[in-house]
Design a protein around this ligand. Sequence first.
Ligand code: NCD
Length: 312
Amino acid sequence: MRFRHSHLLGIEPLAPDEIRAVLDLADDYVALNRSATKHAEVLSGLTQINMFFEASTRTQASFELAGKRLGADVMNMGMQASSLKKGETLIDTALTLNAMHPDLLVVRHPQSGAVNLLAEKVTCSVLNAGDGRHEHPTQALLDALTIRRAKGRLHRLTVAICGDIAHSRVARSNILLLGKMENRVRLIGPPTLMPAGIGEFGVEVYDDMAAGLADADVVMMLRLQKERMDGAFIPSEREYYHRFGLDAEKLAHAKPDAIVMHPGPMNRGVEIDGTLADDINRSVIKDQVEMGVAVRMAAMHLLAENRRAAAA
Ligand code: NCD
């Protein structure tokens, strides 16, 4: 077995060889997605249900396209319109859907830990599409694939993750993955946006962009997650942009061939300069979106393979 799990709930339980297995298979799917046909029958006959309890553009579209390209029957549950409005709990909804025999359940939920809880109650494979500020494993995997393709390797790189670390599941999953693959991870942001106990993550922490970006190979910007902030974490957006917003001048502190990443959605002019974000010589933001479909195809392929092996 290349990937020894029945769910993809986070990066935390994955071994480096499992991460490589997902990325290697995803490379094949990048090629397929660039071909004329874009279709494989790996999930043919299987049912995939997407349950998004939080707004999403690229992640939901990407999971839907990934399932369709692999031949699954894909259903998107509009969770705003579901019985949740009538007071049904997350678990009741999950058990109702589980009774319809889905094979893959893709879940995004605002509460950290909700997706793990749900995975204990159902018989299908669960993929975490982001839970609160906990994990977003497919985002970290697509970021890893983007880095590996741009830099030719995924080890001994200096990666600076900048901005709102405290509220970010993207940062958490990336810190875990990059650490497992033996990279040097730096976190840059104001102390108010650093999570408590950050010292235990094996990272270096900076509150100054020039110092933190020095010699970085990869610069990963994060969105200011205003919807998760319940107080004033920054003096003003203008002041934030001045100190922590990435522009060409600050990027000049990184290696000359450093790449710029952002998981989206971007606040242009808040955490990143719009012109830099669109600069195809530095920014790989569009590649990240492309890699997202391929990584989700690979993850669902591996989980389906394990289900078939378990049923045989
Ligand atoms: C991220 C998320 O939802 O966690 N977006 C994404 O999945 N591409 C980051 C964010 O919302 O800022």
